[in-house]
Structures are given as structure tokens and as C-alpha cells.
Design a protein around this ligand. Structure first.
Ligand SMILES: [Zn+2]
Length: 136
């Protein structure tokens, strides 16, 4: 199950980057996983939960993972036509030759969010009126 090792690397990359930008703890990560990447999104999510539940440093205990699938796109160099392969099969539907993969093999960290500065506790707004405009 190489998704576990992949998730480990992803978290390492994100948390290192977030630390440099003072955006710890990380509470949201969005990944783009190509349909031809030989990666099971379910396994990635499972690995993410394991790392989160084991209190990985830099990762919020309530962190969420979003996975977007990217459609595979293959070009047949004989027919010169592009097609979206079914079930990860890259054979041309017309001539049956393996095509050249144009898209769908990537694993990309598209977005992450983190940091403490977005507290939206409704109780925090209950105490108001302590600040008066200066002068007058
Ligand atoms: Zn073809």
C-alpha cells in the first residue's frame, strides 16, 4: 500500500511549507489525483486519517482532506485522436494501440489552509463596546 508512504511525503511537504509561512497547524489539504496515477483515493484518505489520529505534529486534529479526481487524457499517435481511457486502460478505442498519456498521471497538492488566525467563535463577539474612538 504505497498510498501510506505517499501521504507521509505529502504531509511532510505541506507541513514544512506551512511552518515557513507560519500557517500551522494545517487544517485543510486539497489534492488532485489523476485517474491514471495508480493511486487509490480511498487509501489516501485512510492514511490521512491514521496520521491525523496519531497526532502528527503540525497537523490539526480536525484537519480535513479533499481529493479531486483528474480525468485521464490519452493521445493516440496513429489515429491522432485524444480520448479519455476507461478503467485506467490507455489502449486506443479505435486501433487498440497504447497511446501517449497527456493528463491524469499526476498527484498534486493543489491547496492547503492552516494557521490560528481565523477563530470564528460566536461567543467571542459577545463582549463589545470596550473600544471607543479616540478624540472628540
Ligand atoms: Zn488509435
Amino acid at each position: 500500500m504505497h498510498e501510506f508512504a505517499l501521504m507521509d511525503q505529502i504531509l511532510d511537504t505541506v507541513i514544512t511549507d506551512a511552518a515557513g509561512r507560519k500557517l500551522l497547524p494545517v487544517h485543510e489539504i486539497t489534492l488532485v489525483v489523476g485517474e491514471l496515477a495508480n493511486i487509490m483515493p480511498e487509501a489516501l484518505e485512510m492514511a490521512f486519517q491514521v496520521f491525523r489520529d496519531s497526532s502528527r505534529p503540525g497537523l490539526s486534529p480536525e484537519a480535513s482532506l479533499v481529493i479531486r479526481r483528474e480525468r485521464g487524457l490519452v493521445l493516440c499517435q496513429l489515429c491522432n485522436q485524444q480520448y479519455e481511457p476507461e478503467d485506467g486502460l490507455v489502449l486506443c478505442p479505435v486501433c487498440g494501440l497504447p497511446g501517449q498519456i497527456l493528463a491524469g498521471q499526476e498527484l498534486t497538492i493543489e491547496y492547503y489552509a492552516g494557521g490560528d488566525d481565523h477563530d470564528q467563535d460566536p461567543d467571542a463577539a459577545a463582549c463589545s463596546g470596550s473600544q471607543q474612538p479616540a478624540g472628540g
